[in-house]
Design a protein around this ligand. Structure first.
Ligand code: F6R
Length: 247
């Protein structure tokens, strides 16, 4: 079931998404948070940091699980999702490092790493999961064609996703460098994500409009992985006018 909010600006989208998140954090004894990287949730994370600093909301008892991680770069690479999460959220909160889970991408045995991550995740019940959506309709790194019953797995990234992410991998002239963009990621599967009790989906910008349409109004199909959310009982979708322009 979708609860859709459309706002004029990214700031408003982020503020309202943060209300859902903060209600969970403040209203749950030991909140389990599912977190995403990418540009979409950065404003939400800023709101969480602001609330923590201004109101003293504690994150000492939270446990977090991130959705995904690149495989072919080290954990401390400046573009790893581990680094991203620390720079954009964890370093500013009081959550213990041992409560943070980000899939380990750079491992000898990636298949085993997938099984281990899924096993750990399955011990918990995620109270709220943050999601963004790719311009091809992916959620986490589940690209079109990923089975709806997938668990944590290895994914070869599509050309389109690699192109979308090239803006973070720059050459010495500051231009996007496709050669540096990783080709594989470890990602929670679609069935893993669907177990979360609540989902916050944030999408802004015209390049998301088709994917947003597919998620909300299109047929439920593995060609648009986000369309699986049509079966979830509680999805809060926050859009700006551009992302909502095809609805
Ligand atoms: C990131 C993730 C991806 C992004 C998606 C949108 O952990 O799982 O699915 O949410 O690629 O990325 P942005 O927000 O950068 O447009």
């Amino acid at each position: 079931m979708f609860n859709i909010t459309v706002r004029d600006t990214y700031e408003e989208v982020s503020r309202e998404a943060a209300e859902i998140m903060l209600n969970v954090v403040k209203g749950t004894e030991k909140p389990i948070l599912g977190l995403a990287t990418g540009s979409s949730p950065v404003g939400l994370y800023q709101e969480m940091i602001r609330d923590h600093k201004e109101n003293g909301t504690s994150y000492k008892d939270i446990i977090t699980f991130n959705l995904d991680e690149y495989c072919d770069i080290p954990k401390d690479h400046e573009q790893s999702y581990w680094t991203f999460m620390h720079e954009n959220l964890f370093n500013e909160l009081d959550c213990p490092e041992e409560n943070i889970h980000v899939p380990a991408g750079n491992l000898e045995d990636e298949e085993q790493a997938c099984v281990d991550y899924e096993t750990e995740l399955a011990k918990y019940s995620v109270d709220v999961q943050v999601l963004g959506i790719g311009s091809d309709g992916h959620i986490a790194f589940n690209e079109p064609g990923t089975p709806f019953d997938s668990l944590t797995h290895l994914m070869e990234l599509t050309e389109q996703t690699r192109r979308d992410n090239a803006r973070f991998f720059l050459d010495e002239n500051g231009d996007p460098d496709m050669d540096q963009v990783p080709k594989f990621a470890i990602t929670q599967g679609l069935a893993s994500i669907m177990r979360a009790k609540k989902i916050i989906m944030i999408a802004t910008g015209l390049n998301k409009a088709d994917a947003v349409y597919g998620m909300l109004k299109g047929p439920k199909t593995e060609d648009c992985p986000a369309s699986i959310l049509q079966d979830h009982p509680e999805v809060y979708v926050f859009l700006d006018n551009d992302a909502a322009s095809k609805l």
